[in-house]
Design a protein around this ligand. Sequence first.
Ligand code: PGA
Length: 251
Amino acid sequence: MKKLIAANWKMNKTADEAVSFMKEFQNLVRDGKNADIAICPPFTALSAVSAELKKSNIKLGAQNMHFENAGAFTGEISPLMLKEMGCHYVILGHSDRREMGENDSLINKKVISALKHGLTPILCIGETHEQRVKDETQDVLENQLIKCLQNVGEIKKVVIAYEPIWAISKGNPNQKAATKDDAEDAHLFIRKLLEGMYDEKSAKETRIIYGGSMKPENAKELLSMRNIDGGLVGNASLDAKSFAEIVKSAK
Ligand code: PGA
């Protein structure tokens, strides 16, 4: 399966900055056919990036959404609005949002709603440093997956992003990623869980991507692992050259 390399810009880049990035990035990757590429800018830059992507294979994604179509939800954005902007993906359950109070049952509603509207959820799961030290990683991942995927029938239409919280850069370029072996172990474990929850074929065809300090220096080795089907890239996706390098290392 083709790798998916997705940029999660978080709360970075104005619409103008996003357009400059897209021009530079598209020049660097050309057709970018060796990988599927997604750009997830802040809501305010979706429209500008969408316009830049008109003749491109690169897909647009959002970083969050509400599960309802419309209503009295001040400050929220609905799946219909994301569709209108041309979004293909939506990141759901990112640890930044979980820290602000999102729980698995809310994330589950969002996953179901995204699928209903033909959006591909990039569902983030992952353990904290404390949980890893206490040897709770597998329990945490299992619990998150079961709860977030309740009543989700077509697992192949979901991208799972394994993001160990302790490896996320939070903007620090020197933060260490998970080792390729630790990441691979977690991905294999997730794949086995999906096999049990669904079936072997579906589990095999579901993309499980890695996030947490992926950068040009480590992307190649992480992406060479059997069960790592791509990357969700934060800090290193803010620079067109470094993101293009990561994309090129995905064969
Ligand atoms: P990072 O962020 O690449 O800056 O660690 C990844 C993410 O949080 O999605």
